[in-house]
Design a protein. Sequence first.
Length: 103
Amino acid sequence: MTRIIVNEAVCEALFASPLQPSDVLTAETVADAIGSTTRRLGLAGCASQMAQEFGDHPDEATHRMHWVRELTGDLSGCLYFPTAVSPETAGTGTDLLPVREAA
């Protein structure tokens, strides 16, 4: 259950981030975008921004989410969470550990 929540939070943060498919993307830039967007908006803010975009621009939001899912799938071996995040912590958006580039 925790893994699903973490994966959803990563996708929502990337969706809300300023990253674009045309950017030069590395595991480090993606991890930085996830961390900075989550710190700036919080988990609820990332989800809220994503929901807003799906409401305002459903076609564009669908394309962006497909790109985000593809990107996270491509980088799944390069990004890791050092510890599991409990559902309670994930829901509050506090005390989350940043996603970091794998060593």
